[in-house]
Design a protein around this ligand. Structure first.
Ligand code: NAP
Ligand code: GDD
Length: 346
């Protein structure tokens, strides 16, 4: 009999990659999306078209009764909890909702599994994050954060995720549930939401090339991120749930790059070399041949507190899970710009 997997947040970036992977592996795929069960609902239509094989359940992470019903009806072998308010900047603006969904929502899913009597049979994956580390100088290991590094979240999002991380481990210890946490560093790609910096840049670069936009406004250019490709990372999620014992794993590339480097490489893809002038909020990224301003700073995109540097150490995932990322940093930038050049040309 085919295994059943339930993905919360199936409409998001990782949800789409994971659903495709599990479908390919022969799973019956179920996905939770928000909204009303309404065939004309745009979100529903989009997911329906992209993933015709997926069985969709309209439910909210805040609704324990709907989640419990879903568990009782489906009796999934594996649950991947990807749903969250996942934008760090937004979490400063709506910290209460972020705590409810990104934090307490995890508890709702775990309780739904227990209330349905599935705590001994259903395996659970929690989407934990490198944002929990905080990137502060005092807790920053030279070779990258490992599973045992100290946490110091710097945003309401990071704090909510830390609750989700610990309640997942706590339920593993309390009830012997097969709960794993994947502490994933940033992962991007053609499905990334346009509110995240990499996709904002790749879309803008494509539009500038096609004459649809003149320039782009960004916030902090000096933050460093360990960026991988989302398609590689969902393979790691699946591997975590196939082990004999539940555990916690970091997925990362082991490399870190600034937003500035991402911009430079992305513009290089359309044949433009960026030269920088000025500093602070007056800094500009210019077309080195024409001096046209292509990048400007808008303080609106600064955050009240920033995670300056993220670098992960994926050694445990590589040795225990046999996981290895395939797409490197230049490959990721190219893949995103190429995709957006095609998409924006339509
Ligand atoms: P994403 O694109 O933002 O997807 C999150 C999904 O959660 C969206 O489809 C959203 O629904 C859904 N959602 C939000 N609130 C909900 C609610 N109240 N009830 C039900 N669903 C709700 O995020 P992602 O990049 O795929 O990331 C997947 C997970 O991994 C998230 O938990 C994220 O925090 C975590 N994570 C991501 C990264 C990364 O670099 N991508 C790294 C570490 C951890 P709508 O589509 O309706 O908005
Ligand atoms: N979004 C955004 N927009 N970020 C900008 C901008 C801008 O215009 N300009 C500069 N940045 C900087 C942010 O300040 C941050 O330092 C960095 O770019 C990355 O921002 P995001 O792409 O929004 O991602 P994130 O690192 O904050 O969070 C993502 O990765 C986490 C894992 O480390 C999200 O996917 C989280 O859900 C995930 O947990």
């Amino acid at each position: 009999m085919a295994k059943k997997a339930l993905i919360t947040g199936i409409a998001g970036q990782d949800g789409g990659h994971l659903a495709a992977l599990l479908h390919e592996k022969g799973y019956e795929v179920y996905g939770v999306i928000r909204g009303q069960l309404e065939a004309s609902h745009p979100r529903y239509q989009q997911v329906r078209t992209e993933m015709p094989y997926a069985n969709l359940i309209m439910a909210d992470l805040l609704d324990l009764s709907a989640l419990t019903r879903a568990m009782q009806e489906i009796k999934p072998d594996e649950v991947y909890n990807l749903a969250a308010i996942s934008h760090v900047g937004y979490s400063f603006r709506d910290p209460v909702l972020t705590a409810d969904v990104t934090g307490k929502g995890v508890l709702n899913v775990l309780e739904a599994i227990r209330l349905a009597g599935l705590e001994k049979t259903t395996r659970f994956y929690q989407a934990s994050t490198s944002e929990m580390f905080g990137g502060l100088e005092y807790n920053r290991p030279e070779t990258g954060y490992t599973e045992d590094a100290a946490f110091h979240p710097r945003s309401p999002y990071g704090v909510a995720k830390l609750y989700g991380h610990w309640i997942t481990k706590n339920y593993r210890e309390n009830y012997g549930m097969f709960n794993v946490t994947g502490i994933l560093f940033n992962h991007e790609g053609e499905r990334r939401g346009p509110e995240f910096v990499t996709r904002k840049i790749s879309q803008a670069v494509a539009r500038i090339k096609l004459g649809l936009q003149e320039s782009i406004e960004l916030g902090n250019l000096d933050a460093k991120r360990d960026w991988g490709y989302a398609g590689d990372y969902v393979e790691g999620m699946w591997r975590m749930l196939q082990q004999d014992e539940p555990d916690d794993y970091v997925l990362a590339t082991g490399e870190t790059h600034t937003i500035r480097e991402f911009c430079e490489l992305a513009f290089k893809e359309i044949g433009i070399t960026i030269s920088w002038s000025g500093s602070g909020v007056d800094e500009k990224g210019l077309n080195s041949e024409t001096n046209e301003v292509l990048i400007a700073i808008n303080p609106e995109f600064f955050r009240p507190s920033e995670v300056d540097l993220l670098l992960g150490d994926p050694t445990k995932a590589e040795t225990v899970l046999g996981w290895k990322r395939k797409v490197d940093f230049p490959g990721l930038v190219k893949l995103m710009v190429d995709h957006d050049l095609k998409a924006e040309s339509k």
